[in-house]
Design a protein around this ligand. Structure first.
Ligand SMILES: Nc1ncnc2c1ncn2[C@@H]1O[C@H](COP(=O)(O)OP(=O)(O)OP(=O)(O)O)[C@@H](O)[C@H]1O
Ligand SMILES: [Mg+2]
Length: 255
């Protein structure tokens, strides 16, 4: 029997016989579905521990992608259940990310190229701000580390013991994966945590601090990416995100 894990206008995910199937609405662009499947397979080829891709199909005119089902709650659900264990969860989240950042695949899109296209395509940004952002982006170091692009607690699946201690962790939703600078992916997750938990939460800051601690990275180096990833994210056109993203873009003026 099908059990639905997520449902929205454009996508739904159900589990059946140990497999998870993501079904796309008829209006969905076929090339976007095939890109998601190919990109996920390329991350799998890079050697990342993730639910393996099993099938791409069309049923009743709707495209779908089937992969192995990973049992367990999302990290968001576990955080809600055990708020006292947040520090430990952030550590695990960073550990998994730092591990996949050691992998790469030259066939993935280059993050910087993708960000240049995104920033250029935002209508709501002044040309002078765009120029400033693109100049900064250009000066950032090129790396080829695997970046998830949407690494947030909703896309992390965990298994835990009865006390809420994480035993295993994996990530889904690799459609935005690229090769690029690890700190850009960290800055992106920082923004996603701000958007999820609110500006007053200390979770985003704890997350960056943990990354800097375990990788010996300067906090200011990650911060330099914040206006850039915030500007790139404006392309999603989510009204509820606009003011927070603009706030982070404006940080560029003061540096
Ligand atoms: N292979 C899987 N095993 C277990 N759960 C999964 C699997 N794939 C997806 N899920 C669950 O379904 C949810 C939605 O899937 P996914 O993140 O791929 O799509 P989405 O968030 O709708 O896509 P997008 O972020 O592009 O809008 C996930 O957060 C996760 O809880
Ligand atoms: Mg998702």
């Amino acid at each position: 029997m099908k059990k639905y894990l997520a449902k929205s206008k454009l996508k739904s995910v159900y589990v059946e016989n140990g497999k998870a199937t993501k079904v796309f609405a008829k209006s969905y662009n076929k090339s976007d579905v095939l890109y998601e499947a190919l990109n996920t397979a390329r991350v799998e080829d890079a050697g990342v521990k993730l639910p393996k891709l099993l099938e791409v199909a069309v049923t009743d005119g709707k495209w779908s992608i089937t992969s192995e089902y990973v049992e367990g709650p999302t990290l968001t659900q576990l955080m809600e259940k055990h708020p006292d264990k947040i520090d430990e969860y952030i550590n695990k989240m960073v550990e998994y990310q730092v591990n996949f950042q050691k992998k790469s695949n030259p066939l993935l899109l280059v993050l910087k190229d993708k960000m240049i296209r995104q920033i250029n395509s935002v209508d709501d940004l002044d040309n002078s701000v765009k120029y400033e952002l693109l100049t900064r982006l250009n000066s950032m170091k090129n790396h080829t580390k695997l970046c998830h692009g949407d690494y947030c607690p909703d896309n992390i699946i965990v298994s835990s013991d009865n006390n809420g201690n994480i035993k295993d962790i994996t990530a889904v939703d690799w459609v935005h994966a690229t090769q690029g600078n690890a700190s850009a992916d960290i800055a992106n997750t920082f923004l996603l945590l701000k958007l999820q938990f609110g500006e007053k939460s200390d979770i985003p800051e704890k997350y960056i601090n943990r990354f800097c601690e375990v990788t010996n990275t300067k906090h200011s180096y990650v911060n330099e990416w914040l206006p850039l990833v915030a500007a790139a994210r404006l392309t999603k056109n989510k009204t509820e995100e606009k003011s927070l993203l603009e706030q982070w873009i404006n940080v560029v003026d003061f540096q």
